[in-house]
Design a protein around this ligand. Structure first.
Ligand SMILES: [Zn+2]
Length: 442
């Protein structure tokens, strides 16, 4: 869910480089879009990387391996990976990483799969990740259907193209014998989508054996190569349940009713004022409860989402929501009879994605941006909600980049992607150059 808006935006922002006719995205759709920064101080270095013989060999290998990359996308898409059900896909992906010569292969406690590509030293540890999970529940038909130059299947884009790009880039840099200074840990991670609540990243950065060693992070998501996600929109989600004694709508009339308490809280929540910059939003997305039209309910619930790219703003809207709830309960308990029992609150956090940002001026970002400058296609910057939120929130340099395919209708059963060798090889090569720039710091 979180990725849907991001992808819509990434695609919309990235599209102009690919198809000039696409309209610009609505401003502020997701975070606030910032224009390209001044030319990167590393542009010259990026230019010489792009012009190097070994990079050209790697790019030729991307082209030669393109059919394999498309085949990888089909193979991976057809292994279901619903939230909390990524194990089978993880196993298959780990085997694919192993074939590309990575060492230290492992599946961690959360189910992330990973392998290491050793660097020449002195460059620290860079993580390059794509997520295994999709939003689709178990039982969804994930068979890929090809129609001309388009592939259709739930999950074929998000984030299968990221997983396949990682394999393509690994093969290409191996074929060209390219060395990086940094060790690179390639990861297929779990729990990126809504219900997963970034649990793969929380394991990797807060508990796993690499937690203190990771210096920088890149994740790949479906989009073109002209956008850097350097801001992490945070979110807080609660399932708020109001419970009461219930009763007969006529016989027990006058008894406290949790639906009125919920309605009161919902109304007050809807009246909260939030800033537009940093863009801060809230929503009631789910309403549940009651048993019949002529019963006073025992229980009603709402599930709410609050988001902001500002930590203080997110906390402010969360605090305001949490303050509303007991007041609404108190008001209902005062308005009607509590003889059979009062209204009580059961409020549970069901989602917590921290806010974060890697400054545009950070050398890590500028090394990546340098590739766009060297190609004459300066990068735009945007805030999103991705795996990068976790390292960003910990102050580690982190961005999300385009995996290098054109995809559409993410998170829908009509999800699809286009197969266009010349264009896709250019895009994946750009991502490859960005990773190489990040993995060879001065
Ligand atoms: Zn995604």
């Amino acid at each position: 869910m979180t990725s849907a808006a991001l992808i819509a935006l990434l695609c919309a922002v990235a599209a102009p480089a690919l198809a000039q006719t696409k309209p610009a995205p609505p401003p502020g759709e997701f975070g606030n879009i910032r224009p390209p920064a001044p030319t990167s101080p590393f542009a010259k270095q990026a230019k010489s990387l792009l012009a190097s013989k070994s990079f050209k060999v790697a790019k030729d290998a991307l082209a030669a391996g393109y059919d394999q990359t498309v085949a990888d996308i089909v193979t991976l898409t057809e292994i279901p990976a619903p939230p909390f059900g990524e194990a089978e896909k993880g196993k298959a992906y780990l085997a694919m990483l192993a074939k590309e010569g990575l060492t230290d292969l492992e599946t961690d406690a959360a189910g992330n799969v990973m392998g290491l590509r050793k660097g020449t030293g002195g460059g620290g540890l860079l993580v390059v990740a794509a997520h295994l999970d999709t939003v689709f529940p178990a039982g969804t038909d994930v068979k890929v259907r090809r129609d001309g130059d388009k592939l259709y299947a739930p999950g074929v884009g998000d984030d299968t193209v990221g997983l396949a790009s990682i394999l393509a880039i690994l093969r290409a840099i191996n074929a060209a014998g390219i060395q990086t200074r940094s060790d690179i840990l390639f990861v297929g991670d779990v729990g990126e989508e809504g219900p997963g609540d970034l649990r793969g990243m929380k394991e990797l950065f807060l508990k796993g054996r690499y937690k203190d060693r990771i210096d920088a992070f890149i994740s790949l998501e479906p989009s073109g190569p002209t956008v850097i996600v350097n801001g992490g929109v945070g979110s807080k989600r609660y399932k708020t349940t109001f419970k009461g004694p219930g009763g007969h709508s006529m016989g027990d009339f006058g008894t406290v009713n949790p639906a009125f308490a919920l309605a009161d809280a919902a109304k007050q929540f809807g009246e909260l004022k939030v800033p537009s910059d940093p863009r801060t939003v809230y929503n009631i997305g789910l309403l549940e409860g009651g048993t019949s039209v002529n019963s006073i309910p025992f229980s009603v619930a709402m599930t709410v989402d609050m988001r902001s790219s500002g930590a203080a703003e997110l906390k402010a809207v969360e605090d305001a929501y949490l303050a509303i709830l007991p007041k609404a309960v108190e008001a209902e308990n005062a308005a009607r009879s509590t003889k059979r029992g009062p209204i009580v609150l059961d409020n549970r956090m069901v989602g917590d994605r921290p806010v974060g940002e890697t400054p545009i001026s950070a050398p890590f970002v500028q090394r990546i941006a340098a590739v766009g400058d060297a190609l004459g296609k300066p990068m735009g910057y945007v805030a999103g909600s991705t795996d990068a939120n976790i390292p960003m929130s910990l102050g580690k340099p982190a961005v999300t980049l385009g995996a290098g395919f054109v995809t559409f209708r993410a998170h829908s059963l009509e999800e699809g992607m286009e197969v266009n060798k010349a264009r896709d090889v250019e895009s994946i090569a750009t991502t490859m150059a960005q990773i190489l720039m990040a993995a060879t710091p001065n």
